[in-house]
Design a protein around this ligand. Structure first.
Ligand code: SAM
Length: 282
């Protein structure tokens, strides 16, 4: 059974982890998860050396705090904070007061607690990198499931090398022939939430797709295996850049076929289709 990261990270691959890992190479020496997000894929991939990178340094900061402290300290910090600020599913003023406190002090473990009581458990920041997600009334809390997920997750992250680089600046020299990189970038066709300016990071553009494909070609030439998650078709739009790139280079497109729009199951409209794939160079 896969380990679940103690987040509800936008775009996380937990629900389809088995589907994509079926296509991962076996016996990996060095593994890089270059857009690791909440690390659902990272912690469920076995390798001798593991690198997890994401531009979202707030999330990487939380992951590093989890790594650098023992689990009792982390849980005690969470429980004391919940008690001190009287955080609950209904106490919006307590949530807002704690959010102000976090924005003045920026303690990563506090950010984790704050996220647990926020709307949809999301990490949203304004352009000053202040956390601005609203309260998750009647929905969000640090519950028993998250506590257990955190305890199990913590056991998997001791040896991970975390970094918060833009993928353009990551040091790919850590990868040698036979190693493996997984790339799960924002998807051009569906990534509204990354481009709405509410996450405090630069958005994702077609130019980023191009730069990423160049990096993957460069790594492939060096004998590194890659797997790229993406969406080739979404609500009638098609990512031709990806389709052409894969076919020109003889990369393999694996259908993952998990339809995130299954709330539209009652219609048979092609415009509701999302075609999610994994593209590999092996
Ligand atoms: C689809 S999510 C990855 C989800 C992850 N696989 C998981 O299971 O949680 C895409 C990630 O790319 C990160 N990202 C966006 N632009 C980036 C960039 N230029 N360099 C590195 N990471 C970036 C986002 O912060 C986000 O966490």
């Amino acid at each position: 059974m896969a380990v679940k990261a103690p987040f509800n990270y936008i775009g996380n691959k937990y629900r389809i982890i088995e589907l994509i890992q079926e296509y991962f190479p076996k016996n990996i020496d060095t593994f890089v998860d270059i857009f690791c997000g909440g690390c659902d894929v990272t912690v469920n991939t076995i390798a001798n050396k593991v690198y997890a990178n994401d531009i979202n340094y707030h999330v990487i900061g939380i992951l590093q705090e989890f790594q650098n402290n023992d689990v009792d300290f982390i849980l005690e910090h969470i429980d004391t904070t919940i008690e001190k600020w009287k955080l609950s599913k209904t106490n919006e003023s307590g949530y807002k007061a704690f959010r102000n406190h976090y924005n003045q002090t920026k303690n990563p473990l506090d950010l984790y607690v704050l996220m647990c009581y926020s709307f949809n458990y999301q990490f949203r920041f304004n352009s000053n990198h202040d956390y601005n997600n609203p309260f998750g009334r009647n929905r969000s809390s640090f519950n028993e499931v998250m506590r257990n997920n955190l305890i199990l997750f913590k056991k998997q992250i001791d040896d991970i090398h975390f970094s918060a680089d833009d993928f353009c600046d990551f040091n790919y020299d850590v990868l040698k022939s036979g190693d493996f990189i997984y790339a799960d970038p924002p998807y051009l066709l569906t990534c509204g939430s990354y481009n709405d300016g509410k996450r405090g990071f630069r958005g994702w553009t077609e130019n980023d797709d191009c730069e990423l494909l160049k990096k993957l070609d460069m790594l492939s030439d060096r004998g590194v295996y890659f797997a790229l998650s993406n969406v080739l078709e979404h609500k009638g739009s098609i990512n031709n850049l990806l389709i052409d790139w894969a076919s020109e280079n003889d990369y393999v497109i694996h259908d993952i076929n998990f339809n995130y729009n299954n709330c539209n199951y009652h219609t048979n409209n092609r415009n509701n289709t999302t075609k999610e794939v994994l593209i590999t160079n092996y």
